[in-house]
Write a protein that binds this ligand. Structure first.
Ligand SMILES: Nc1ncnc2c1ncn2[C@@H]1O[C@H](COP(=O)(O)OP(=O)(O)O)[C@@H](O)[C@H]1O
Ligand SMILES: [Mg+2]
Length: 449
């Protein structure tokens, strides 16, 4: 036998629903509920009523909580930007400069700015520190949370992982896009008129030093017609994206510049990138810790608007298990290079320049369209180049120039344009002395002092 009233599934006393609902209205129902609980229910009298009230309250509270989080999920949107993403730094910079900001919690980011003459200024930039910030952007409130993950560390650079989370009302979600575009525009504006040089840093591309002032194309003196030929071809390629797309051909083009060292191959490609308003990603295939995997990954993750420059491509071809002094095998193989060249998939155009001093070492298989489509020899200084370079350094000195060209030819030597530059830089304002010193060109690695 039992004195207790029958219990429901949750351990609460069973109430007589008929008695409650028969009163018709809600307040009536509540009244009769109270009546039933207080007067007719012996369990309540025993003190259990408090417990019921408590659990009802708790239930209501979790109800409100989950209701509000449901509401939250319905009404607001989050945007998470992890620190690995390109837009992360853009966003922080943008935010640092954004005037309508509630928070005073900032952290500092130090930038060096190198001027054209080599001097350096330091600029401190204030960016939002870790924590929460509230901003108002185009009339909408946005909550910005910058969080650091204490435990996770980005293995590529040793920095802790961070995320920035932007929260705003659902109806304002289109502002995320506008904001990010604005941040990107601001970041790219700073690099206007500059060429960013990327080098590989582990598996990713990183800007190498500060963006450099563009080198103007005519400052690299190539033999007659060479520069124009390449430039016209690149431009033609860039204007024909639709053509490639319609025919299902991968939109890429490869150029090979070959010839002796110091003839301006690298300089020309950098100047060309600047001229086209592109950045440049440089990878040296002779690097000993470059593997096929890394090459492939890097080539498929080129920053936008960049020309890929693969230096010393012959390095991939003369592997017969040879090792360098440190016992390392340089890792890129011929097939690895070909696979990477073939495998580059990008919605944008891919322009690859390759250089080598030893074209005879290249396997003919690399000359296939899509790998190398344009091959150009860049040689030692021709009389045409000698004249042009002389006149560039010493404008108006055409008589001396003619003499210089004649004498240089008389040496009967291969003279690289890099050597000429060395001689002219040493005799900055002294063409007479440059002429007098012409014999020094006999020595490839003459050190002027
Ligand atoms: N044709 C050229 N016109 C102007 N400068 C040149 C030329 N060739 C070489 N130089 C100068 O010589 C140096 C080395 O040139 P670089 O482009 O590295 O040669 P490469 O890549 O062919 O070995 C650079 O400082 C560059 O300015
Ligand atoms: Mg070079």
């Amino acid at each position: 036998m039992s004195l207790e009233p029958p219990k429901g599934p949750a351990g609460t006393p069973n109430l007589d629903m008929d008695k409650i609902t028969e009163s018709g209205s809600i307040s009536g129902a509540a009244n009769s509920l109270i009546n039933q609980v207080f007067k007719e229910n012996p369990y309540f009298a025993a003190g259990g009523g408090l417990m019921i009230l408590g659990s009802a309250l708790a239930l209501a509270r979790t109800g409100i909580k989950s209701g509000s989080s449901l509401l939250y999920r319905q009404l607001v949107v989050d945007l998470e930007i992890p620190s690995k993403d390109k837009s992360y730094l853009w966003f922080l910079e943008w935010m640092g400069k954004y005037p309508q900001r509630s928070s005073r919690h900032l952290s500092v980011e130090t930038n060096f700015i190198q001027h054209d003459n080599g001097s350096v200024t330091t600029k401190f930039q204030l960016v939002p520190g870790p924590g929460s910030h509230l901003i108002r952007y185009k009339g909408a409130f946005m909550l910005i949370k910058r969080e650091r993950s204490g435990k996770m560390i980005d293995m590529t650079n040793g920095a802790p992982f961070e995320t920035v989370t932007l929260t705003t009302l659902y109806r304002d979600r289109h502002l995320f896009n506008e904001l990010l575009l604005e941040a990107k525009k601001m970041a790219t504006k700073q690099n206007e008129g500059k060429t960013v040089i990327y080098t590989s840093w582990g598996p990713e591309w990183r800007p190498f030093g500060q963006p450099k002032a563009k080198r103007v194309l005519p400052s690299v003196v190539l033999d007659k017609g060479i520069a124009k030929g390449i430039l016209d071809d690149v431009k033609d390629f860039m204007q024909n994206g639709e053509w490639y797309l319609q025919r299902g051909i991968p939109y890429r083009r490869g150029y090979l510049l070959h010839g002796p060292p110091g003839s301006g191959k690298t300089s020309f490609i950098q100047a060309l990138a600047g001229h086209l308003d592109y950045n440049i990603c440089i990878l040296n295939l002779a690097e000993s810790n470059l593997t096929d995997d890394r090459l492939n990954h890097l080539m498929n993750n080129i920053p936008e608007r960049s020309i890929l420059l693969l230096e010393d491509v012959d390095a991939a071809f003369n592997k017969r298990g040879q090792t360098d002094e440190s016992g390392f095998k340089s890792g890129v193989t011929f097939s690895g290079l070909l696979n990477s060249l073939d495998g580059v998939t990008s919605s944008e155009e891919t322009i690859t320049f390759m250089t080598t001093n030893h074209p005879e070492k290249l396997d003919p298989a690399i000359m296939r369209p899509g790998r190398i489509d344009y091959k150009q020899y860049i040689g030692n200084a021709t009389p045409y180049q000698i004249e042009k370079m002389f006149m560039k350094f010493y404008p108006g000195e055409s008589e001396l120039c003619a003499e210089f060209v004649q004498k240089a030819e008389g040496l009967g030597l291969d003279i690289s344009t890099a050597q000429l530059q060395g001689l002219f830089v040493f005799n900055k304002n002294d063409p007479q002395n440059a002429l007098a010193m012409i014999e020094t060109l006999r020595h490839q690695n003459h050190v002027f002092s």
